[in-house]
Design a protein around this ligand. Structure first.
Ligand code: 1HE
Length: 259
């Protein structure tokens, strides 16, 4: 696949997808969103077992390409359709069934946070900061923050972030739920470690973990419990799980113990 705004490489079973506009702080222009759609359309039918999503340069992403938006002078329906493309990209990612681990650094703001929040795991380093500066820019979120960021941090914190421009970083960002890991060294190294570990799981288990849970969040508790039983019926009887259960029964499988 040829990209102008993304870059892709493989490291064994893990794919490394980079936002590749470092001179523009990986601002998300319309073309980048189309490339993300193309990538996440093909991904589930590839043999890549996990993805590390990163930004080239010092910042993960500065969000919506404000200069393009300014130049395009879009009409309401044009921006609505653009947002629908963002949703297409981020939904494909969240529901792909392939684990996506976001390796964050620098700015994770506005649409950049919307993208990061569609990943399955977020890893921050000491330079990472999170913000929703839409209020200050005279804008509103359009890439799913009202769903995913509110889900991560809760409605009250999201409203505060948008109204006041509040920035979260460090331990506080972990505590409010914006990221699950905070590392002193490289977020990419940690993300690779997590991706390699996830890639060891049977693909069908990862498919369920990285699509069924999101689908079930959209259902009533009654429908979700039914869907969970159906998914478990398929996943928990797969040949790969039988082999792993056999290994547990004959005491050759690792035990679950803290290090
Ligand atoms: C950009 C963008 C952008 C940088 N769109 N071009 N997002 C924001 O409000 C964040 C806007 N960006 C910033 O606050 C800063 O750029 C950063 C703090 C992220 C980085 O600062 P710095 O000093 O390293 O870089 P810079 O000098 O501000 O920018 C370097 C270049 O990147 C410059 O381009 P150049 O051609 O003049 O060199 C900037 O124009 C460009 N650049 N950020 C376009 N965002 C679906 S709705 C979602 C709504 C939102 O996402 S709102 C949040 C928008």
């Amino acid at each position: 696949m040829e990209f102008s705004n993304l870059a892709f490489r493989r490291d064994g079973d893990v794919g490394i997808l980079s936002l590749n506009r470092p001179t523009k702080r990986n601002a998300l222009n319309a073309a980048t969103i189309e490339e993300l759609i193309d990538f996440f359309t093909v991904l589930p039918r590839s043999n890549v077992r996990a993805i590390v999503l990163r930004g080239e340069g010092d910042h993960f992403s500065a969000g919506l390409d404000l200069v393009e938006h300014h130049k395009e002078d879009r009409r309401p329906e044009e921006f609505m359709h653009l947002c629908l493309r963002w949703h297409e990209a981020f939904n494909k990612m969240e529901y792909s069934g392939i684990p996506v681990i976001a390796a964050l650094t620098g700015a994770v703001v506005g649409g950049g946070l919307e993208l990061a929040s569609a990943a399955h795991i977020r890893v921050a380093d000491s330079k990472t900061y999170f913000a929703l500066p839409e209020g200050q820019r005279g804008l509103f979120t359009g890439g799913g923050a009202t769903i995913r960021v509110a889900d991560l941090v809760g409605k009250a914190r999201m409203i505060d972030m948008m109204l006041t421009g509040r920035i979260y970083k460090g331990r506080e960002a972990v505590e409010v739920g914006l990221c699950q890991y905070l590392v002193e060294g490289s977020s990419e190294d940690k993300a690779m470690e997590l991706a390699r570990a996830a890639a060891e799981n049977p693909p069908l288990s990862n498919f369920a973990i990285c699509s069924a849970i999101s689908h079930m969040q959209n259902m009533s508790a009654l429908d979700a419990s039914y869907a969970e039983a159906v998914v478990a019926g398929i996943v928990n009887t797969q040949p790969a799980s039988r082999e792993r259960l056999e290994a547990f029964a004959n005491k050759s499988a690792a035990r679950v113990r803290p290090k």
